[in-house]
Write a protein that binds this ligand. Structure first.
Ligand code: ZN
Length: 168
């Protein structure tokens, strides 16, 4: 699905949204298209947006990337963090939940079902397993979201880039 980069009125990147949502913001007069394609959509009345900017400023509290299964898998490159293979993937709690392990970025990792079963209710150390990387919270929300769409929309991303590095 085609994605659109949404900027605050200050040009600060806010989010990546679907083109349908972007179109809605344009139609309602809440945003302007700052990068667009020549192709027209909505019966030829609107250009397909690539980057849109809100016409009003939204104050966003510190954005936190939600800890979801999909985000953990994406962070870990869809590879088991014990054996490095793809296979059937699951989410493993490094310190098992039954032993007080929390749902936090540094306690959950991608593990194949086989490694997960083998590890069972142990810590990696107790199970004699080694983690391939130290899990942590992805530092940059927007960059993380962007990396999910890198291949699908390389041309759009190239036109997002100047806004993404606006504050560099
Ligand atoms: Zn594995």
């Amino acid at each position: 699905m085609r994605k659109v980069l949404l900027l605050n009125s200050s040009y600060e990147p806010l989010h990546i949204c679907s083109w349908q949502r972007a179109l809605l913001l344009l139609v309602k007069g809440k945003a302007e298209a700052v990068e667009k394609q020549n192709r027209q959509i909505a019966n030829g009345r609107w250009p397909m947006p690539i980057v849109i900017r809100l016409l009003y400023y939204v104050k966003i509290p510190h954005k936190e990337l939600p800890l979801t299964r999909r985000n953990v898998l994406h962070r870990d490159g869809y590879l088991c963090q014990y054996c490095g293979k793809k296979g059937e993937l699951s989410i493993d709690h490094i310190l098992p939940r039954s032993r007080g392990g929390k749902d936090t970025w540094d306690n959950v990792i991608t593990a194949c079902v086989r490694c997960n079963l083998y590890k069972g209710n142990k810590t990696p150390k107790e199970a004699g397993m080694e983690l391939r990387s130290k899990p942590c919270r992805p530092a940059d929300f927007i960059q993380f979201e962007l990396s999910k769409h890198r291949q699908a929309s390389a041309r759009e991303v190239a036109r997002w880039r100047k806004y993404l590095y606006f504050f560099d």
